[in-house]
Design a protein around this ligand. Structure first.
Ligand SMILES: *[C@@H]1O[C@H](CO)[C@@H](O)[C@H](O)[C@H]1NC(C)=O
Ligand SMILES: *[C@@H]1O[C@H](CO)[C@@H](O)[C@H](O)[C@H]1NC(C)=O
Ligand SMILES: *[C@@H]1O[C@H](CO)[C@@H](O)[C@H](O)[C@H]1NC(C)=O
Length: 350
């Protein structure tokens, strides 16, 4: 197999774990060869993460996969927004993301730690990792209350979550408002995954009579996690650090408000800073601006030209869209189609 990587490819803009692996099989042997080199060159890994990387290169492959599904989901969920998650994968603003503890960052941290837990659980279930497999506690066990037996391979989501907690949290060492925020949101992501696990069952018995039933836990489609966290993003709660008297480091986060000493709930995403408008390019806040983005002229939502282009106006491009139409099936066996076309307009932000 070929391993095509550069340190910056490996380095996710703020988690620094986006392992890019291309190739076909034999991942672990090559990784074992190159692990200490790759891990020592990967910028931005916390010391404990670097040790992880060196000891368990096989797990790092899953971590890379988890980072990728998280990023892809982030880009999907925010495809119509001014901030569209692209800046995270853009190496030019590497490391800059850390400065603003915005709602967008809350969402991203939750999604990525869920993604990593997801990918680890998936890899365990496929027998790809040496220290995990199917959920042993469920295998073969008869569930009296529900009247079925645990069978098949139940996804060991607890293992995936434990690993994600260990690995992702390892970089939040110094105690600050920002690390408290990250730790909180990381956990929200993992809890969301745990709650989204699915039970699948199969009936056995004469002609589907279901006299015997076996069930197992499976991972949901990751898109579901994306939608759930997107809802949480919309309702995210602004918090501020609470400092006990004469303590320099904050003890915990409280909901921001005039008389509130309330801690945020475990299921809410939290943020400490207002988001920038994301209208103009600003590398410090990780904003790429919206110049050149396609917008929807008739929509009044985020993707509408007024909002997306920040009232700077837009250009109209007229083009001809063509597609295959009126397809007919001829016996046997071919299909003929006409080509249809239509003049269409596209709108692009100034
Ligand atoms: C498990 O390993 C196989 C073979 O190397 C690979 O094709 C597959 O994608 C891996 N699955 C996961 C979830 O890592
Ligand atoms: C996201 O926005 C940037 C900057 O405006 C743009 O270059 C990029 O193509 C967009 N990405 C997607 C997936 O729309
Ligand atoms: C534009 O927005 C309108 C209203 O929200 C929607 O019906 C339409 O499908 C959108 N057009 C495109 C090309 O996305």
């Amino acid at each position: 197999m070929r391993l095509v990587l550069s340190p910056l490819d490996l380095c996710h803009a703020f988690l620094c774990i986006g392992l890019m692996l291309f190739g076909d099989g034999g991942v672990s042997s090559v990784l074992a060869l190159g692990a200490s080199i790759i891990c020592s060159k990967m910028p931005g890994l916390a010391p404990r993460q670097r040790a992880f990387c060196q000891n368990r290169p096989d797990v790092m492959v899953a971590v890379g996969a988890g980072t990728r599904i998280g990023l892809e989901e982030c880009q999907y969920q925010f495809r119509y927004h001014r901030w569209n998650c692209s800046s995270l994968s853009d190496r030019t603003i590497f490391g800059q993301e850390l400065k603003v503890g915005s709602k967008e960052m809350a969402f991203t941290y939750a999604l990525l730690s869920a993604g990593i837990a997801y990918a680890i659980t998936n890899a365990c279930g496929q027998g790809n990792l040496s220290d995990c497999g199917c959920d042993k506690e469920k295998q073969g066990f008869y569930d009296k209350d529900n009247g079925w037996r645990w069978g098949g391979c139940s996804a060991d989501v607890r293992h995936g979550i434990m690993f994600s907690r260990d690995f992702v949290n390892a970089r939040e060492v110094k105690r600050s408002a920002r690390t408290l925020m990250n730790l909180h949101n990381n956990e929200v992501g993992r809890k969301t995954l745990e709650k989204s696990m699915k039970l699948e069952c199969k009936c056995h018995g004469v002609s589907g009579s279901c006299t015997m039933k076996t069930c197992w836990m499976t991972l949901p489609n990751f898109r579901e996690i994306g939608f759930t966290l997107k809802e949480k993003y919309k309702k995210a709660v602004m918090v501020e650090p609470y400092r006990a008297r004469r303590q320099r480091q904050p003890a915990f986060l409280i909901v921001k408000g005039p008389h509130s000493y309330q801690k945020p709930t475990e299921t809410d995403l939290v943020y400490t800073d207002y988001s920038p408008s994301f209208c103009e390019e600003d590398l410090v806040t990780g904003s790429l601006g919206t110049k050149g983005r396609m917008c929807n002229r008739t929509s009044t939502l985020e993707d509408g030209c007024a909002l997306l282009c920040c009232d700077r106006g837009y250009n109209t491009f007229r083009y001809t869209r063509t597609w295959q139409c009126n397809c007919k099936f001829h016996w046997c066996c071919h299909v003929t189609c006409n080509t249809c076309s239509e003049r269409t307009d596209a709108y692009v932000c100034n």
